[in-house]
Ligand binder design. Structure first.
Ligand code: WTA
Length: 647
């Protein structure tokens, strides 16, 4: 890591929450936020103790927090159960018959599960797992399409104390095998297949292939969804629906230690081998509960829709656990946003009267590219709050989201967090804070972030640096599964005595955080380290540009030269004139220092199935090298070929 990251993006607009939203918001003044924020830092035990007590504990804790850097424990001695808090807790109230999950399959089929229904299915499946000798101390891999059984499987594990490891259904057999082996999983829960872009993508065959290399798996549970042909290995493989017919509906939730390992979720590290981020029970439930409640202003009458896949942390925290802890009603959708047409999401918003919509900037940029006509044909008037997560959002895309989707009526929460943080860490609170397009905002309760240099010295306002968190929070990862050394090295060593998030950022004069992307997504041009996101934002603010990705290419004179990969709006042509216009535009927006050395036009950018641009691949292509490393998570491999030829 070298010294400084220069920040050049200058975005001055800011937007208050609309009055109508403010009037009803759970929190609606800055004084209240300031008071709670101060309390969360000055008296963390009282603050978090009070929050945790809104949930059910079989036995109270003796101590709220124990911190021996870099290992933390929360609610020591307490006994609780996350599935109990998501389900049983609501059964004694009118919520018993409230919709918990409104699900729609890609072909258009629909299912609604009330809290009572979900409780019954989870209890039954927990009994199925117990019947195969799965319980506390075991790991279970979940490899599923976006169907209610994915949530049921997770909750059933949580109910009996088995640690789940959800592996995104888009990963290859090899990636699945690595993760099963790293976690030494005893069982796999999967489906025959799921629907995506109009056809069935098989999952069970990938499990079969993976298991040729895995020795620890004793049972495979298969949900019937795609109706594709699958092989069933006698003794090992079981149809979910058959076993569900044979078990009782009653399965009491196991009182579990607050620090009981709830789940492992693998995330890519800079060194290639995925890291098994380990989360535990009591702190995670407390934090996802509170963030959902305040950041999404979650109410009983809301219909909440987070468009992530359960295979990512966003799906864990804001599809399954956070909303259910709050007794919310939520939409879950199986397929892609542009099947059968690019208005599918908006059709769903209209049909189910979605009030809170949470998605990713990459999706928003795709919507922009497909054209305003699609959302404009649907009635989106039920929306009252919008959110984004996953990467910095370009101010232009932010404004589009606010205007075209929100019709100017909805606050937008840009939420910064990570697989490792378990829940949202930096955001504006709707009804309280002004939002600045492109800035995630301010710290959530209990979060103490800072911008520092490599030695840990805090930077002045607007000076770029490394984003760190100065104290542990309840849903902090506990370790890298099976590898405490890697945990320490990755998060607690580069900069002394703080959690190092791996992102570059700056904090402005109002205390707002502006994330500039991963520190390895930084280019160094003539000694100036520039956040690639800022150059991308400048490009995207040109009317011809749909999406841009910027990487550094080694350059003898400048150290690194900027190479921009650009996709264009429908009907625009990538010719020499446009190239010149874009260079001029970037010069104008940021300065000549940020002017790309090279602009390559392309039909698409290489992305992971979760929508993140694979800049590592673009760096290879920009440098004229073969694409290196693991490309098993790439959504569309033909994109690479095309980009190589575009140079
Ligand atoms: C990036 C996703 C800017 C960041 C929840 C972080 C963001 C990484 C934002 C974590 C945001 C996430 N603004 N950047 N609102 N949200 N990021 O583990 O670089 O998949 O470190 O967790 O995404 O990605 P992960």
């Amino acid at each position: 890591m070298s010294e400084r990251i220069e920040s050049v993006l200058q975005e001055k607009r800011s937007f208050s929450s609309p009055e109508a939203f403010k009037a009803k918001a759970r929190l609606n003044d800055k004084m209240a936020y300031n008071r709670l924020y101060r309390q969360s830092l000055d008296e963390p035990d009282t603050f978090w103790g009070n929050v945790a007590n809104e949930l059910h504990w079989f036995e109270p804790w003796d101590k709220v927090r124990e911190w021996h850097e870099p290992f933390v424990k929360w609610f020591i001695g307490g006994k609780t159960n996350l599935a109990y808090n998501c389900l049983d807790r609501h059964l004694n109230s009118w919520r018993r018959n409230k919709a918990a999950i409104i699900w729609e399959g890609e072909p258009g089929d629909q299912r609604v599960l009330t809290y009572q229904d979900l409780h019954r299915e989870v209890s039954k499946f927990a009994n199925v797992l117990k019947g195969k000798d799965i319980g506390q101390g075991d790991r279970v891999a979940i490899y599923m399409p976006m169907i209610p059984e994915a949530a049921i499987a997770m909750l059933a594990c949580a109910r009996i104390g088995a640690t789940h490891s959800v592996v995104f259904g888009g990963f290859s057999a090899a990636a699945l095998a690595d993760r099963i082996n790293d976690a030494t999983a005893k069982a796999v829960i999967t489906a025959d297949g799921g629907f995506r872009r109009g056809s069935v993508f098989p999952l069970k065959p990938a499990v079969d292939e993976a298991l040729e290399q895995c020795e620890t798996v004793e049972s495979v549970f298969v949900v019937k969804r795609g109706n594709n042909d699958v092989a069933m290995q006698a003794g090992r493989d079981h149809w979910y629906h058959e076993l569900m017919d044979e078990v009782p509906t009653d399965c009491p939730a196991e009182p579990l230690d607050a620090e009981h390992p709830l789940f492992i979720l693998y995330t890519s590290g800079s060194t290639g081998k995925p890291k098994g981020v380990l989360h535990s029970t009591g702190g995670y439930q407390t934090y996802t509960y509170l963030t959902s409640k305040y950041i999404f202003d979650m109410r009983d009458e809301d219909v909440f829709w987070c468009t992530a896949d359960v295979g990512w942390i966003t799906g864990h925290s804001y599809i399954v656990y956070g909303p259910l802890l709050n007794g919310a009603t939520q939409v879950m959708y199986e397929g892609v946003p542009n099947y059968p047409e690019p208005d599918r999401f908006w059709q769903l918003v209209e049909k189910y009267r979605v009030s809170t919509f949470y998605t990713a900037p990459t999706a928003i940029r795709a919507f922009i590219k497909w054209g305003d006509a699609w959302p404009k044909c649907c009635d989106l008037s039920s929306l009252r709050l919008l959110g984004t997560v996953g990467e910095p959002i370009n101010p232009e895309a932010w404004i589009w989201y606010q205007q075209v989707i929100g019709n100017g009526n909805c606050p937008i929460v840009d939420t910064w967090w990570q697989t490792e943080t378990g829940g949202i860490m930096i955001t504006t609170l709707p009804g309280v804070h002004e939002a600045k397009p492109g800035s995630a905002g301010l710290p959530f309760f209990g979060v103490e972030p800072a911008i520092v240099d490599v030695d840990g010295n805090e930077q002045a306002a607007n000076d770029g640096g490394y984003l760190v968190i100065k104290r542990p929070w309840p849903s902090m990862l506990r370790t890298v599964y099976g590898d405490d050394d890697r945990y320490r090295a990755q998060y607690w060593s580069e900069i002394p005595h703080v959690y190092f998030a791996g992102d570059g950022a700056r904090r402005d004069e109002d205390g707002y955080f502006w994330i500039m992307g991963r520190v390895d997504d930084v280019v160094n041009v003539s000694g100036h380290r520039l956040g690639t996101m800022e150059v991308e934002s400048a490009l995207v603010s040109h009317e011809a540009v749909a999406e841009a990705a910027v990487v550094g290419r080694p350059d003898e004179i400048k150290g690194q030269a900027i190479v921009a990969f650009v996709t264009l709006e429908e009907g625009r042509l990538g010719n020499e004139d446009l190239r010149k216009a874009l260079l001029q535009h970037v010069s104008k927006e940021i300065g000549a220092i940020a002017k790309p050395e090279e602009i390559r036009f392309a039909d698409a950018l290489p992305k992971t199935r979760s929508g993140k641009i694979m800049r590592r691949l673009l760096r290879n292509i920009a440098a004229g090298e073969e694409a290196s490393g693991d490309i098993s998570t790439l959504e569309d491999k033909s994109v690479i070929e095309q980009l190589m030829q575009s140079g």
